[in-house]
Design a binder for this molecule. Structure first.
Ligand code: BTN
Length: 303
């Protein structure tokens, strides 16, 4: 109901409470309850003066026809786009129903209310403003899924750089700009019937103010191009691009596992198979992307 309400509201500038009640076939009390609920989700989204209600921001809704048209323009017709107005988590939904979703299915939404991040963290997106998108890919069992987070990071980082944002990558696939995280990626997979069913989930803060439908298709295009580059040329060049855009190469970092520091040293490289290399006092240590997180030693920011 919240999204339906916002769709109606979005079309006009101001409404009296009774007009909203009539439009949505609800009582004035129900409208007030709905407004309270919405403002709880996003503080001060609906405000009023003298019983005239208005929104403090405009929404940029996703639209299936528009996205399909843009996918066609970019020659991405082999992708199947699904839009849900409201969903708990696009990744969780796809993983739970993975048998029903074929290769190159894109799922996005106008409001993801319980997005998830790495290590069970929460991912917050603003309604009708940020982008939460997940794409299904099916790979053969010999595909190196370990490098996928790094490939996705390169793809999303390129996207921001194409919009003149000097973004950087933090291990393994967070995108930062001026010490703030602007995109997070969650790659999840299931190995079944000799196939990796992979869900690549990307959450983007729309700091460039892009039209969301166009932004979404640009994300898919960036992913598609990256995967095709990887298919043709392998990891070496993309590994170089990851390193060249890394936030902490040659910096002192700490490596965490389940909240505990397990290594401290200089981030010196990544391997040909996408593991992080840390030069400690004693030796070189390698870490794969799935289990660890990284924090920069000499910065105040909690990454
Ligand atoms: C992280 O930084 O920890 C990863 C965040 C990933 C968020 C995206 S939004 C789309 C997809 N659906 C989810 O529930 N999570 C991912």
């Amino acid at each position: 109901m919240e999204i339906e309400f916002l769709h109606v509201f979005d079309k006009n500038e101001t409404y009296h409470i009774t007009e909203l009640a009539k439009l949505l076939n609800l009582s004035s009390i129900q409208i007030l309850e709905l407004i309270a609920k919405i403002n709880h989700l996003e503080p001060n989204l609906v405000v009023n003066t003298d019983s005239i209600y208005y929104l403090t921001k405009r929404f940029n809704w996703l639209n299936t026809d528009f996205v399909n048209k843009l996918l066609h323009q970019e020659q991405l017709d082999d992708y199947n786009f699904i839009l849900m107005e409201k969903i708990e988590s696009t990744n969780a939904h796809l993983l739970k129903n993975i048998d029903s979703y074929k290769d190159k299915t894109i799922l996005s939404c106008n409001w993801q209310y319980s997005g998830r991040g790495r290590f069970g963290r929460k991912w917050l997106s603003h309604i009708g403003e940020d982008l939460a998108v997940s794409v299904v890919y099916h790979f053969n069992e010999d595909f190196n899924v370990g490098v996928l987070p790094l490939l996705c990071a390169v793809a999303v980082n390129r996207l921001f750089k194409n919009h003149n944002i000097r973004s950087l990558i933090k291990w393994p696939n967070d995108i930062y700009f001026e010490n703030a995280k602007i995109a997070g990626i969650l790659v999840e997979n299931i190995l079944r019937h000799k196939q990796f069913n992979v869900v690549i989930g990307i959450g983007l803060n729309n700091i460039i103010g892009q039209e969301r439908n166009k932004f979404l298709v640009k994300v898919v295009l960036a992913l598609d191009q990256l995967l095709s580059e990887f298919g043709s040329f392998g990891f070496p060049l993309l590994r170089r691009e990851w390193l060249d855009n890394c936030l902490h190469l040659n910096e002192e970092v700490s490596i965490f596992q389940e909240g505990n520091i397990i290594a401290t040293g200089i981030h010196s490289d990544i391997t040909e198979t996408g593991e992080l290399i840390i030069k400690t006092d004693k030796d070189l240590q390698k870490f794969s992307s799935s289990a660890i997180s990284l924090r920069l030693k000499n910065q105040n920011i909690d990454f």
